[in-house]
Design a protein around this ligand. Structure first.
Ligand code: FHN
Length: 584
């Protein structure tokens, strides 16, 4: 053990000396090097690939389908190493795999980078590991280094290539984390796993597979600083490599990761990416029918880009080495949409607007003007598309698909674009609006209708919360239902809505909420005039009810904010769909 530490320290020193930037890179810098991130920010859209020996049986083990995603089958079914070898490793022979075709599909979809599982939690190396015979060349009938083939195909087709590597969990190596079920394992220390396997494998991946653009860590766990440093320092072997935020909390990496869900707002001042499977499981799972619709996938790409993030969409090659037709069909359809509209995605930045009722916006800013890409999901029946609060002079407006010129008119409310009766694309039609000068946009706040009522929906609220944390999330109802505030477990988290009132008076406030269990107490009202409110249980989380929660006095027309803050100690998490103000 002592010898190991000495070796580590020497190893790290050599690497650190070899790369003067290494020490500097340790200095956490949320704003990664712009030059390094330029291609990634331009790319916006990548392919994630979960492929391993679990794919050989579609996640099934001896006729049973373990729960969770297929790549977790060894864990969920508590499969001993010996049995996993017989049932999965020995059967892995993807004879239909063709790297050129596979990468061509990513390219056809409009994806600019590809990240693939070199080693997942099961410890199996999908490359010709020189540190462990537990790999695709030495241990399977297939005997081919699929990572090498993919790396070459990506290089030939101009797709940036990266590896996913599960650095802590390893259910095969006796020092890896996570295998608590196989009692035949003769345990060694985690540091020995890092020294014998993880560190040398990562170094091999970063020196023998050509240019590696991305290294994607996963499921961080505590480990010694030496272990962290020996893993992290290997990334210096690929100048300009981009890493994510999952090596460990001391290493923020170059971008944040969100998984399976799209944040309501992108984290400010940071690069970020949403990864999600095209279906339900990351790895190929025979029973997985949960393919997202083409509409959902395209609108996800647009939604993420409109918030300033990247979309890493996962596919799951089968035991034959191909994708299911459902996946191929979706990738091709996304490619068709990108063929017409990719200008509105590649190199775009986040929308300058608040919530848009009809869709999303991305933008590109230049020295003397900006281009706005209006992604219209809901084509206005009256042919009038309002861009709320836009004060700039419009120089040009046209449909992305076919370049048909469009008329625009400006008013206090913003710019209205006159559209043809038919939307060019029923999923997302792009209207291009070029404006002069620096963007000048007024915040347009919701205001009461003629009858004096104002509906403040959950997705109009501003969440005071640790962005991306599990607490207090804005969730979309299933199948596109109403959004609602949920998982409000953190009594420190609170919400507020901003709005305009043109008629002073007393406004009754009600809320459509659900509360399971006991009563809950919170404070509600205008800033500095919060009143304590207590609501009784509605019995179950899915039982919503409209509850009166008080009255607020508005003494003059203007802009206001309504706040709801949990009463610490008396708070029970509730779900909230909307708040309604009604002039008395
Ligand atoms: O446990 C893994 C899971 O299998 C999958 O690889 C995802 C992809 O981001 N990461 C972990 C779960 O967060």
């Amino acid at each position: 053990m002592k010898l190991f530490k000495i070796k580590f320290v020497i190893g790290c020193l050599i690497l650190l000396m070899a790369s003067p930037l290494a020490a500097q890179e340790h200095v956490e810098n949320q704003h990664a090097d712009d030059a390094k991130m330029a291609w990634w920010r331009e790319a916006k859209f990548g392919m994630f690939v979960h492929w391993g020996v679990y794919s050989a049986t579609g996640g099934e083990f001896r006729g049973k389908m373990p729960t969770n995603s297929a790549e977790w089958m060894m864990n969920k079914a508590q499969i001993p190493i010996a049995d996993y070898k017989v049932e999965n490793v020995d059967k892995f022979n993807p004879t239909q795999f063709n790297a050129k075709t596979f990468v061509g599909l990513a390219k056809e979809a409009g994806m600019k980078y590809l990240v693939i599982t070199a080693k997942h939690h099961d410890g199996f190396a999908m490359f010709h590991s020189t540190s462990s015979p537990y790999n695709v060349v030495d241990a399977t009938p297939f005997k081919r280094d699929v990572m090498k083939e993919l790396a070459e195909a990506c290089q030939e087709q101009g797709i940036r290539f990266g590896f996913y590597y599960s650095q802590c969990q390893d259910w095969h190596h006796p020092g890896g984390m996570g295998n608590g079920w196989d009692k035949t394992i003769k345990r060694v220390s985690f540091d020995e796993y890092v020294q014998e396997k993880a560190a040398p494998e990562i170094k091999q991946l970063l020196t023998e597979y050509g240019p590696i653009a991305i290294f994607w860590w996963d499921t961080p766990r505590d480990m010694s600083k030496e272990a962290f440093d020996s893993l992290h320092s290997s990334t210096n072997l690929q100048p300009g490599i981009i890493t994510n935020d999952r090596l460990g909390k001391e290493y923020r990496g170059d971008h944040k990761t969100f998984e399976r869900h799209i944040p309501r707002k992108g984290p400010v001042g940071a690069d970020w990416e949403v990864c999600m499977p095209i279906s339900g499981s990351w790895g190929y799972k025979k029973s997985d029918r949960d393919f997202k619709s083409i509409e959902t996938l395209i609108r996800n790409l647009v939604d993420i880009a409109s918030k300033g993030g990247n979309y890493l969409l996962n596919v799951s090659p089968t035991g034959e080495g191909t994708l299911l037709p459902q996946a191929t069909e979706r990738l091709k359809a996304m490619g068709q949409w990108m063929k017409v509209n990719s200008e509105s995605i590649y190199g775009s930045t986040a929308s300058p607007f608040g919530k848009l009722d009809w869709g999303r916006c991305t933008k590109k800013e230049f020295a003397n003007g900006s281009t706005l890409y209006l992604h219209v999901f809901d084509w206005p029946k009256d042919g009038k598309l309002l861009v709320p609060g836009l004060n700039n002079k419009v120089e040009q407006a046209y449909l992305m698909d076919g370049w048909q010129a469009l008329e625009t008119s400006s008013a206090d409310a913003g710019v209205t674009v006159s559209l043809p009766a038919e939307a060019p694309d029923k999923i997302a039609s792009v209207v291009v609006v070029k404006v002069h000068g620096k963007l000048d946009i007024s915040t347009v706040l919701p205001k009461p209708t003629k009858d004096g009522s104002l509906v403040l929906l959950a997705d109009m609220a501003y969440l005071h919360n640790n962005e991306g944390s599990e607490q207090l999330s804005l969730l979309e109802g299933r199948r596109g239902g109403d959004s609602y505030l949920s998982r409000w477990t953190d009594a420190e988290a609170w919400v507020e809505w901003s709005f305009t009132i043109d008629r002073p008076g007393s406004y009754d406030v009600s809320a459509e909420l659900s509360l399971q269990g006991k009563k809950s107490r919170f404070r509600m009202g205008l800033p500095g005039q919060l009143q304590t409110v207590e609501v009784a249980s509605t019995r179950r989380a899915r039982d919503y009810a409209e509850k009166s929660i008080g009255t607020i006095e508005i003494d003059k027309a203007g802009e206001y904010t309504l706040q709801i803050k949990p009463e610490k100690g008396e708070w029970q998490p509730m779900n909230l769909r909307k708040v309604v103000l009604k002039l008395k």
